[in-house]
Design a protein around this ligand. Structure first.
Ligand code: XMP
Length: 319
């Protein structure tokens, strides 16, 4: 019989007895799993925890500020905020192949994380937000593509190269339990129930070459879409929703003149396991409102399309 407050106490006790007075490093991404680990470890060992938050320049609008506010400001967690956007952009210049982009983003993350961790020579442990489905996945059961992709693309190489002991306090938990734990630890509801966001971030939502200009346009469009989904109650009814930047220009009219600007695609899906997915039948009125707002509020985008492809054969992301 599972009781959350007891579980919290038990988890805190376990961490304390394992770690003792050692220092711990955690890569905080702002996603559910690493956020819950941060909150749990902070509760258990306070300032023995240092989080490293790498802003790769491919995060959503105001995301870095929100992460720093929630953890550093409100909870008092020690967080090193690394503003590495220019480094990532530099390495991505001229690269169009999706898998190459993923590799570069993953590799640069390890680089940045590693050089930050050298500033903490007393750290003995590397904490990670590994959850039970990740454990099953690496044991070979291919039952959750999202987790397969995550372990495959994002976290490879980190523990071995750092020579730290691994601390994985969520290893026995399913996603629902992780969310419940996050709520009991006082994390904001919107953070705990956020849609999944891929490790490479906007890097795989800007088709082809990633450019600063494109990232800025996409961030604004995505924020409008998500805001309208939340306001209309559709955020909770979809499993994942986001905007995609198409580096294609089409003609439009504005006043007496013509425009020649970029296209944004909206994607919203419903799924249980992310292996298969249906496109969400969002109301036309909602789509219309989002489209009007994007086109009117963002100079540089003059056309919005809605993706009505199922998975399979399409994937959820466009890259
Ligand atoms: P696809 O696009 O393959 O995505 O239908 C299935 C789920 O996996 C997520 N995804 C990723 N997550 N790193 C991640 O951490 C990645 O490189 C990656 N690619 C796709 C995607 O957002 C969806 O939830």
């Amino acid at each position: 019989d599972w009781n959350m407050p007891d579980y919290v106490e038990e988890a805190i006790g376990k961490v304390r007895s394992l770690v003792g007075s050692d220092e711990v490093i955690l890569g905080l991404s702002g996603g559910v799993d690493s956020s819950v680990v941060a909150a749990l470890l902070h509760r258990a060992i306070g300032d023995q925890l240092t989080c490293v938050f790498v802003d790769n320049g491919l995060l959503r609008l105001n995301e870095a500020t929100q992460v720093m506010e929630t953890f550093a400001k409100n909870l008092g967690v020690k967080v090193i905020h690394v503003d590495a956007g220019e480094i990532f952009m530099g390495h991505l210049a001229g690269v169009t192949d999706p898998e190459k982009k993923r590799k570069i983003i993953g590799r640069e993350f390890v680089e940045v994380f590693q050089s930050e961790s050298q500033k903490l020579p007393n750290a003995k442990w590397l904490a990670q937000g590994t959850i039970y489905p990740d454990v099953i996945e690496s044991a070979g059961a291919k039952n959750n593509k999202a987790h397969a992709i995550k372990s495959h693309h994002n976290v490879g190489g980190l523990p071995e190269s750092l020579h730290l002991k691994l601390l994985e306090p969520l290893r026995e938990l399913f996603k629902d339990e992780v969310r419940e734990l996050g709520i009991s630890l006082g994390l904001p509801h919107d953070m705990v129930y956020r849609h999944p966001f891929p490790g490479p971030g906007l890097g795989v939502r800007i088709l082809g070459e990633v450019k600063q200009e494109y990232a800025e346009l996409l961030r604004k469009a995505d924020a409008i879409f998500i805001e309208e989904l939340r306001l209309s109650g559709w955020y909770e009814k979809t499993s994942q929703a986001f905007a995609v930047f198409l580096p294609v220009k089409s003609v439009g009219v504005m006043g007496d003149g013509r425009t020649y600007d970029y296209v944004v695609a909206l994607r919203a899906v419903q799924t249980q396991d992310f292996m298969t997915a249906h496109w969400a039948e969002l109301p036309y009125s909602l789509l219309g409102k989002v489209s009007n707002r994007i086109i009117n509020e963002i100079r540089g985008i003059n056309r919005v399309v809605y993706d009505i492809s199922g998975k399979p054969p399409a994937t959820i992301e466009w890259e």
